[in-house]
Design a protein around this ligand. Structure first.
Ligand SMILES: Nc1nc2c([nH]c(=O)n2[C@H]2C[C@H](O)[C@@H](COP(=O)(O)OP(=O)(O)OP(=O)(O)O)O2)c(=O)[nH]1
Length: 360
């Protein structure tokens, strides 16, 4: 009899659909431990298991969490983080991953959990240790950890035009952001006007604590030599919907990804409709296959009306939520939001909120 674990995966191999629950209370995350005899055994895991034929991913999630831990998450806000396919060679899995924040009471009731209802070890671990790779998880989880790096709020810089009534708008832009951006914030430096690349670089130099999302466009390449000095602060590159669709419409052949800067960072992609989300999903899976840093989110906008784009009709909560469900990666709400609206955004399927006013 051949050892089933040694049989290589084929295209005919059945894909196992799995619901995965990233359960946490603030920065405490719940991990299980897979038994040595299980597939991907002797590794930590997020709570979860196979989706039965007659259930949805969310039903499976609620059932698995209850069966494995005794925690009832029926009334919690369950937010999709993403979906990903992984080929382990001996098994192909499709993981549907959800974020569940417990209430203080639930955490209090379950914080001493050491063993699950199936006898498996359980452990609450700190997010920073989890993201630092201190726990050995199945290979597919690498992408989940990248998704978890996304903060719940992202600030976006003001356009230079916002300071156009001042004698030196570029200098005002710089001083304003240097002073107002919160410590260690994730900041999307949206530099559209030509000639302001320098402002971005100067801001990074003045504020080495901020984690920067930088658009990947030709301006940045033109200052590449200078940019290298501050490049370590750039945690993510942003890709516009137009650039995404160029990649997609060229049969995914012209890999914008062939350019080094594009390939060495995770991406956040801007999307405004179903077609671009479809393209973002394709890009995401292409990058997973090529083992490139993943697409860790999409800016889905405009959710509500904004002063920055007065002529664009907002999607509104209902359409925004429907589109958010299509995305295989975490969705960031953008357009007319404030940081306090994160709970509402979560109820509609978003993991994070972004904006200019009220965020800086
Ligand atoms: N639960 C869980 N499974 C994961 C994670 N990452 C990952 O690649 N997997 C893979 C390992 C397994 O191949 C599959 C989960 O199947 P499972 O065997 O645990 O599912 P189950 O509990 O319903 O099944 P079983 O033990 O009764 O066979 O998904 C994770 O974080 N959590």
């Amino acid at each position: 009899m051949p050892n089933p674990s040694k049989i290589p995966a084929t295209s005919h191999q059945k894909i196992v659909n799995v619901a995965v629950a990233v359960i946490h209370y603030q920065a405490q995350y719940l991990l299980g431990f897979r038994d040595a005899a299980q597939h991907q055994g002797n590794r930590h895991e997020f709570v979860g298991g196979k989706i039965d034929a007659n259930e949805t991913a969310k039903q499976a999630l609620i059932r698995e969490v209850a069966e494995e831990t005794g925690i009832d998450i029926h009334d919690n806000t369950v937010v999709k983080l993403g979906r990903l396919h992984h080929d382990y060679g001996d098994k192909q899995v499709s993981l549907q991953v959800y974020n569940i924040e417990l209430t203080a009471l639930q955490y209090e009731q379950h914080r001493h959990l050491r063993y699950g209802l199936e006898g498996q070890a359980l452990k609450w671990v700190n997010k920073s240790a989890l993201l630092a790779g201190e726990y050995h998880l199945p290979a597919a989880n690498k992408t989940i950890l990248e998704w978890l790096r996304l903060p719940t709020q992202i600030a976006i810089t003001y356009p230079l035009a916002h300071f156009s009534d001042r004698p030196n708008p570029a200098a005002e832009w710089l001083t304003y952001h240097e002073e107002k951006v919160a410590p260690h914030a994730w900041l999307y430096i949206r530099v559209k006007e030509s000639g302001v690349d320098n402002c971005a670089k100067q801001l990074m130099t003045l504020r080495p604590d901020i984690q920067v999302i930088l658009p990947f466009d030709h301006h940045m390449q033109s200052v590449q030599a200078d940019y290298q000095i501050v490049a370590h602060q750039v945690v993510v590159h942003q890709l516009s919907q137009a650039a995404l669709m160029t990649w997609f419409n060229n049969g995914e052949h012209i890999s914008v990804g062939e350019q080094t800067l594009f390939n060495d960072r995770p991406l956040i992609v801007s999307c405004h409709d179903a077609a671009s989300i479809y393209a973002a999903n394709k890009l995401s899976s292409a990058r997973l296959q090529q083992q490139l840093p993943p697409v860790i989110g999409i800016f889905l906008s405009p959710l509500l009306a904004t002063q920055t784009h007065p002529d664009t009709a907002p999607l509104g909560w209902s359409d925004w939520s429907t589109l958010a469900q299509l995305a295989d990666m975490p969705v960031i709400g953008l357009g007319g939001l404030s940081p306090a609206m994160i709970e509402r955004v979560a109820q509609y399927g978003g993991i994070s909120v972004a904006g200019i006013r009220q965020f800086i």
